[in-house]
Design a protein around this ligand. Structure first.
Ligand code: F6P
Length: 336
């Protein structure tokens, strides 16, 4: 089952876990559209032919949903799951998915595979999809340099990441963006204006800056495009345009903005994410074959390991303000 927002690499998890299980004579059933597939008992039998090669595609072969939750529907979920007559569940999901499943863990046999492009899950050093999202950001920054330099403008690139700045930090650093604004380090408007103005005075041809969707100035709130009442909570968005307008009003630069949005989830998985998902899916299958349930597949110290399912649940894992990548930005002269 794949739950929550999609992430490049989900199909790698499906393919590698299914191949190992099918090769060991285990019947594999795909649950469609996340939790909805359990509540509505919508599934499809997984055959080797159906899944071979899907690892290179973004999206999820099974569909997903980040609207429905289990919270408050645990008994109903358990009954519906029992009707599927399955031995156990491999779930690739984020904090929302595991918040619900953890309630059921003692009664259900679950293997959790942490998933999000945001890279903000507890208990694992990296989540699959993150490298691919950073690649989209880095490619965008590289591409926008041409028009920024042609027009002597600042191009502002707004990234995803929810309340954590990992995507902006990773993608911005990989492309040597001129500035990286992340929620964990509210920026000083005065210092930022001085930095940009000095660059203009030094005849810099153009600038490209990366702004995480929940970034904010010191003493201010993040910008929400709309405050949804649905289970998906608040929807960030709009900071890129605000910063672009502010730059034009407070520095000598012209500025424009680009919102990368779901392009960060639509790109084919990178080689890094393919290695990660091939190994993590196989590890999930190994845990099933050894009946080692209620475990999570995690990445720690350069290895794919298993840990208690509860390890990957909890508040978002934020960028520590003095993280080594932040220090690297400072030593490179990138405003952060
Ligand atoms: O959690 C992954 C993510 O892409 C966030 O970075 C982003 O804020 C959110 O999902 C967007 O959710 P949706 O696809 O429901 O708009």
């Amino acid at each position: 089952m794949t739950g929550g927002g999609d992430a490049p690499g989900l199909n790698g998890i499906i393919e590698s876990a299914s191949r190992v299980l099918l090769n060991n004579g285990v019947e594999v059933v795909g649950i469609l559209d996340g939790f909805e597939g359990v509540f509505q008992e919508r599934t499809k039998t997984i055959t080797m032919d159906a899944i071979i090669g899907i690892h290179s595609e973004a999206g999820t072969f099974l569909g997903t949903s980040n609207k429905s939750k289990i919270l408050g529907r645990a008994d109903e979920f358990q009954k519906c799951f029992a009707h599927l007559n399955l031995d156990g569940l491999i779930a690739a999901g984020g904090d929302g998915t595991f918040k619900g499943l953890l309630e059921l863990a003692p009664k259900l046999k679950i293997i959790g595979v942490p998933k999000t492009i945001d890279n903000d899950l507890q208990g694992t050093e990296i989540t699959f999809g993150y490298d691919t999202a950073c690649t989209v950001v880095a490619d965008a920054v590289d591409a926008l340099r041409a028009t920024a330099n042609a027009h002597h403008r600042v191009m502002v690139v707004e990234t995803m990441g929810r309340s954590a700045g990992w995507i902006a930090l990773g993608g911005g650093l990989a492309s040597s963006a001129d500035a990286i604004l992340i929620p964990e380090r509210p920026f000083s408007r005065e210092k930022f204006a001085t930095y940009l103005t000095k660059a203009h005075e030094s005849k810099k041809p153009g600038m490209v800056i990366v702004v995480s969707e929940a970034a904010m100035a010191e003493g201010e709130d993040a910008v929400f495009s709309e405050n949804l009442k649905s289970s998906t909570g608040i929807r960030f968005g709009g900071i890129g345009e605000r910063v672009s307008r502010w730059i034009e009003e407070n520095t000598p630069w012209e500025a424009r903005h680009v919102v990368l949005g779901h392009l960060q989830r639509a790109h084919q998985p990178t080689t890094t994410d393919r290695f990660l998902t091939a190994g993590m899916g196989a590890k999930a299958a190994e845990l099933v074959l050894t009946q080692n349930w209620n475990r999570a597949v995690v990445y720690r110290d350069g290895k794919i390991l298993d840990a208690p399912l509860s390890d990957i649940q909890g508040p978002p894992r934020k960028v520590p303000p003095s993280h080594r990548w932040v220090k690297l930005c400072e030593s490179l002269g990138i405003f952060i």
